[in-house]
Ligand binder design. Structure first.
Ligand code: ATP
Length: 725
C-alpha cells in the first residue's frame, strides 16, 4: 500500500522544498475556484420540483381504450366520499387534517376543477383521486373511492397525470418528443408514415403545429412557451389512451392567454369523453366558464361540490352571499372561502363564515346533483367503440428500446450546446491554471513532488468535473425516466446501457481537452505514447466518476441532495487518493477505502505513466535518481497501468450495478386508502335526507357504472376499499 504519507510526506516536503506543497495547495484552491466561478451547472430537462413519479395505469387494460387520436375513450366515472387525510406530528402529538370528509364525483365528458385558496388541499385531493399521494408514515388516509362503481383497488382503466412541472427532454423538438414517445409507447405503429401521421394529428389536436420543430428548451436555451410545454406534456400523456386525465395546477406560471389555451385543451379533451380533473388556484372568468363542475375546498374541508358556473352562486346566495354583477365568479368564490388576515376582526368573521359554510355543506353528505349525468346510452356507445381502433400496446423488444433510447440520449447530450460549452471552458480553464502553476517542470529533486502534486490535482479535477455534471443532471432526468417507466414505455437495462454509450464521445472530449492543454504546459513525460496513456487514464477515471454520480442521483430524491452527497462522498476518496494519507497509519476500518477510490487508482496510473523511465538531477546519495525510485517511495513500484484500468473498470461496473438496483428499488410508493370507520360511515349514511332542498340523489339512486350494468350504489359493500396502488 501507499507508504508515502504522514511523516514521509513531511520529510519529502522539507527535503524537496516547501514550495511544492504550496503549489499543490494553490492548485487545489484553484480547482475549487474554477468549479465555483465557471458558470451555472449543466441543465438537462426543465426544473423538477416535486419528485413525485410514475403515472400509474393499468397496463393490462389496453384494449379498453381508444387511441388518443381516434377520439374514442372508455368512459370512467369517479366517486369519492368521506375522504380524510390527516398528518400526525409525533413531537407535539397533534393531528392536522389536510382533507376532512371530502366527497364528490367526476364524470366522463366533463371538466372538473378543484378550487380553493393556497394550502386548502387541492393537490392532496387530486393525488388521492389519482392514487398518487406519496406515502408517509405520518399520513393517514381513509375514505371511499370508486371507479365506475368498482372499488379503487379493482380499477381497470388508464389515467394520465399531468404534473405541475413539465418533465421533458430539453434538447428535443416537440415533434421529436412526440415521435419518440410514440415509438416507445406504441410500437404497434410500425410504419414511419403511419407514425408521422399519428404525431401530426396529435400536434394538430393539441395546438402544437406552429412550434412542432422548436426545441423544448430550458433555463439556458429558450424553447417553447410554458403553455406549449404543458400541452406537450398532455400530448405525451394522451399516447397512453387514458380515460381519466388529472392535471395538477396546469395554469400555474402561465400568462392569461396561455392559461386559457391550456384549459381550452382540457375542455376539448373532456368533450371527447375523457374524465378530466384539474386543480386550479384562482382562474380568470373566461377560464372558470370552461369548467363543468367544481369542488371548492378550504382548509381541507368541502364548501361546495357540484356543477360550476351559476349553480354555486345560486347556492351561496341562499346564505346571503351574492356575487355582484360583472365580478369574476371565481374571484368571488375565492374571496368567500379565504380568511381575511387584514385585522383580528376580519380573521374572526371570515373564519366564522367559512366554518358555517363548511358545516352547511357537510350536512349534505352527497354532492349536489350533477346537471348532465352521463346516460347509459352514451357510456355504452363509447364503450362499444373502444378497442376497435386501439393501437397494439405490445412494447418493443430490448434492442428496439435500446436504439430508440440511444438516439434520444445522443440528441440530448450532443445538442446541449450551453452545457457542453461550459464544460469545455471549465476543462481548458483548469488545465491552463494548473499548467501555469506547474509551468514546465524540470528534473530537479523538487520537481518530483511537483509532479505528484500535479497528478493528484489532475485526478481530483477530472473526477469532480464528471461527478458534479452527473449529479447536477441525473436526478431531473430520473424523474422523467421514472414517469416513462411507470407507463411501461421501456425497461431499465436498455435505458442505462444507451445512456452509457451515448455519453461516451462527449464525456471523453473534456478529459481529452484537459490533458491536451495541461500536458505540454507542465512538460510532463514528453512522448506521444505517454501523452496518450495520460489522456486514457483521466478519461476512464471520468467515466468511473460519472457512474458514481449516477448512483448518488439514483439514491437521493433531489438535485440539491445529490449535490450535497456526491462531493462529500468524493472527498473521502480524495483523502485516500494516494497522496495525503498513508492508510497504514489510519484505523483499520478505513484501510479498504484506497482499494475502491477511483482517485487513488487514477493517481497511481498517472504516476506510473509519468515516472517510469524518468531520471532526476541528484547531488546526494539519498536523492531520488530515477522515476522507479520515486514510485517505490509511494508504494507504486512494480504496479502497472493495466492494474489501474482493471480496477477503474470494476469500480465503474460496481457503480452502474448499484445504480440499476437503486432505480429498480426506489420506485415511488403511494399512500394506501383505508376504508373509513364503518360506524362513522353508517351514521353518515343515516343522515342522508332525500327531502332536503337541492339535495343530491341518495346513493342508492345514483346512476353509475352503466358500463357493466351493475348497481354501483351499494352503500356499504362496494365502498369498502383497499386503497390506491
Ligand atoms: N406529505 C405532507 N407532509 C406535510 N404536509 C403536507 C403534506 N402534503 C400536504 N401537506 C400540507 O397540506 C396542505 C395542503 O397542501 P396542498 O399541496 O394539497 O395544497 P394546495 O391547495 O394544492 O396548495 P397550493 O395551491 O399552494 O399548491 C399544505 O399546508 C401542505 O403543506
Amino acid at each position: 500500500m501507499v507508504a508515502f504519507g504522514g511523516k514521509k510526506l513531511r520529510q519529502m516536503v522539507s527535503g524537496l522544498g516547501g514550495n511544492s506543497l504550496g503549489q499543490v495547495l494553490a492548485a487545489v484552491a484553484v480547482t475549487v475556484l474554477v468549479r465555483l466561478f465557471s458558470g451555472p451547472g449543466p441543465v438537462l430537462p426543465p426544473e423538477a420540483e416535486n419528485e413525485d413519479h410514475g403515472d400509474g395505469e393499468e397496463k393490462d387494460d389496453a384494449d379498453e381504450s381508444g387511441g388518443p387520436v381516434s377520439g374514442k375513450v372508455f368512459p370512467v366515472s369517479i366517486r369519492w366520499r368521506n375522504i380524510s387525510c390527516s398528518l400526525s406530528d409525533k413531537s407535539s402529538k397533534s393531528v392536522r387534517f389536510l382533507l376532512q370528509n371530502v366527497g364528490g364525483e367526476a364524470k366522463p365528458g366533463r371538466l372538473l376543477a378543484i378550487m380553493g385558496p393556497s394550502g386548502s388541499g387541492k393537490t392532496t385531493l387530486l393525488n388521492v383521486l389519482a392514487g398518487q399521494l406519496a406515502a408517509s408514515p405520518r399520513l393517514h388516509l381513509s375514505g371511499l373511492l370508486e371507479f365506475n362503481g368498482k372499488p379503487s383497488s379493482k380499477r381497470s382503466y388508464k389515467f394520465a397525470y399531468v404534473r405541475q412541472e413539465d418533465l421533458l427532454f430539453s434538447q428535443l423538438t416537440v415533434r421529436e418528443t412526440l415521435s419518440l414517445a410514440t415509438e416507445l409507447q406504441l410500437p404497434g405503429i410500425s410504419s414511419v408514415e403511419e407514425r408521422d401521421e399519428y404525431v401530426k394529428n396529435l400536434l394538430f389536436k393539441l395546438g402544437l403545429v406552429s412550434c412542432a420543430d422548436t426545441i423544448v428548451g430550458d433555463a439556458k436555451v429558450r424553447g417553447i412557451s410554458g403553455g406549449e410545454k404543458k400541452r406537450l406534456s398532455l400530448a405525451c400523456e394522451l399516447l397512453a389512451s387514458p380515460s381519466v386525465i388529472f392535471a395538477d395546477e396546469p395554469t400555474t406560471g402561465l400568462d392569461a392567454f396561455q392559461a386559457e389555451k391550456v384549459v381550452e385543451t382540457l375542455q376539448q379533451l373532456a368533450q371527447e369523453g375523457h374524465t378530466v380533473i384539474c386543480s386550479i388556484h384562482q382562474p380568470r372568468g373566461s377560464v372558470y366558464n370552461k369548467f363543468d363542475d367544481i369542488v371548492l375546498l378550504t382548509e381541507g374541508s368541502l364548501v361546495y361540490s357540484g356543477p360550476a358556473r351559476d349553480e354555486p352562486l345560486a347556492y351561496f346566495s341562499k346564505f346571503g352571499y351574492h356575487c355582484p354583477a360583472h365580478i369574476n365568479p371565481a374571484e368571488f368564490l375565492a374571496d368567500l372561502i379565504s380568511i381575511d388576515y387584514s385585522s383580528a376582526e376580519s380573521v374572526y368573521s371570515s373564519q366564522k363564515r367559512i366554518d358555517s359554510l363548511v358545516e352547511s355543506f357537510s350536512e349534505r353528505l352527497s354532492p349536489i346533483l350533477y346537471a348532465t349525468p352521463t346516460t347509459k346510452e352514451v357510456l355504452h356507445k363509447n364503450g362499444k367503440k373502444v378497442g376497435m381502433r386501439t393501437v397494439a400496446k405490445k412494447k418493443g423488444g430490448w434492442w428496439k428500446q435500446f436504439w430508440l433510447l440511444l438516439r434520444r440520449a445522443w440528441m440530448q447530450a450532443s445538442r446541449d450546446g450551453p452545457t457542453n460549452k461550459v464544460r469545455a471552458r471549465m476543462s481548458i480553464a483548469s488545465a491552463v491554471i494548473f499548467g501555469s502553476v506547474f509551468w514546465r517542470m524540470g528534473r530537479s529533486q523538487t520537481s518530483i513532488q511537483d509532479r505528484m502534486g500535479l497528478l493528484q490535482v489532475a485526478a481530483i479535477n477530472t473526477a469532480m468535473a464528471a461527478l458534479t455534471k452527473t449529479v447536477g443532471v441525473f436526478p431531473k432526468e430520473r424523474a422523467i425516466v421514472d414517469k416513462e417507466r411507470a407507463k411501461g414505455s421501456y425497461l431499465l437495462g436498455p435505458y442505462l446501457f444507451s445512456k452509457l454509450l451515448a455519453e461516451i464521445p462527449i464525456g471523453a472530449a473534456f478529459p481529452l481537452m484537459f490533458g491536451a492543454v495541461l500536458y505540454p504546459m507542465a512538460r510532463l513525460h514528453p512522448t506521444l505514447l505517454r501523452f496518450g496513456k495520460f489522456c486514457g487514464i483521466v478519461t476512464v477515471e471520468s467515466f468511473a466518476a460519472s457512474a458514481m454520480g449516477l448512483t448518488v442521483g439514483a439514491m437521493v430524491p433531489t438535485t440539491e441532495a445529490a449535490m450535497a452527497v456526491g462531493p462529500s462522498l468524493m472527498t473521502v476518496f480524495i483523502v485516500f487518493g494516494g497522496y495525503y494519507v498513508n492508510p497504514e497509519n489510519t484505523p483499520i476500518v478505513f484501510r479498504w477505502i484506497p482499494r475502491v477510490s477511483l482517485i487513488r487508482w487514477a493517481f497511481q496510473g498517472l504516476c506510473i505513466n509519468e515516472f517510469s523511465g524518468l531520471e532526476f538531477e541528484h547531488q546526494n546519495p539519498f536523492d531520488v535518481q530515477t522515476g522507479e525510485q520515486a514510485l517505490e517511495r509511494i508504494s507504486f513500484g512494480g504496479s502497472k497501468i493495466r492494474d489501474t484500468v482493471v480496477a477503474q473498470s470494476k469500480i465503474m461496473l460496481f457503480w452502474y450495478c448499484t445504480t440499476y438496483l437503486l432505480l429498480e428499488k426506489n420506485k415511488p410508493k403511494y399512500q394506501q386508502l383505508e376504508p373509513p370507520p364503518v360506524l362513522k360511515l353508517h351514521s353518515k349514511l343515516e343522515e342522508i335526507n332525500p327531502e332536503q332542498d337541492n339535495q343530491p340523489q341518495p346513493l342508492e339512486d345514483q346512476p353509475v357504472n352503466e358500463v357493466d350494468g351493475s348497481n354501483q350504489s351499494d352503500p356499504v359493500g362496494s365502498f369498502i376499499l383497499e386503497g390506491a396502488e
